[in-house]
Design a protein around this ligand. Structure first.
Ligand SMILES: [Cu+2]
Length: 216
């Protein structure tokens, strides 16, 4: 009789363990302290209604001041924080040069993560850039090979293709080499000092992908 009870108890524990395994995906069904169940949080960043790539999104514990982690939006304007403990998290968007929050939008907001589900948060930005645009193009040229501007003007390079391009200073340190890895990635620099600033694309310098900014 005792053996019968013990075997039934074992069966019950085994069934309960198997259920816990199926429900939580825990590695060890007999683990007395299983990992908390987790969910995901996808953050979408739009600028003027279109996906905004290259935007840094910081993740904080609710009310926290130190970011748990940071991700940069890809071509789809989105990042996904995975394996988050269920509960409330804060996400904060870092505004790139030339971008502002849309009317009524906040730079930091809370999101409720539910185990086994993907929560979403959205940030709406407005592109207020009013400087000069230069496209880094997959035909291995910059759209403006020589651009003359007045001091105080901002120049933004945008990757209009899908190849990796860079905006690398040639013989000066007016800015630090910028990598435009993905379509839509951008780099903005404001020129305050008159002079001639040459630059090139590192992967395509040999094919003549170079440019010059003349600041008057
Ligand atoms: Cu290039």
């Amino acid at each position: 009789m005792a053996a019968f009870l013990r075997s039934n108890l074992f069966l019950a524990l085994a069934v309960a363990g198997a259920f816990a395994f199926a429900a939580c995906g825990d590695d060890d069904p007999m683990d007395p302290d299983p990992e908390p169940m987790t969910g995901s949080l996808t953050v979408n960043v739009n600028a003027d209604g279109s996906a905004a790539s290259g935007v840094t999104v910081n993740l904080f514990p609710s009310g926290g001041t130190t970011a748990t982690t940071s991700l940069v939006t890809g071509n789809d304007g989105a990042v996904t924080f995975a394996n988050l403990d269920a509960g409330t998290w804060d996400v904060e968007v870092e505004l790139p040069d030339g971008f502002e929050l849309d009317t009524g939008e906040q730079a930091r907001k809370s999101a409720s993560v539910v185990a086994g589900q993907t929560a979403t948060a959205t940030f709406a930005l407005v592109d207020t850039f009013d400087g000069e645009l230069i496209m880094a193009q997959d035909n291995l040229t910059f759209s403006e090979t020589s651009l003359t501007i007045s001091a105080g003007t901002a120049v933004r390079w945008v990757n209009s293709g899908v190849m990796l391009h860079t905006v690398t200073p040639d013989g000066h340190s007016e800015w630090t080499s910028a990598s435009l890895a993905n379509s839509g990635d951008r780099f903005t620099h404001t020129f305050n000092t008159p002079g001639t600033y040459a630059y090139f694309c590192q992967p395509h310098q040999g094919q003549g992908m170079t440019g010059t900014i003349i600041v008057q």
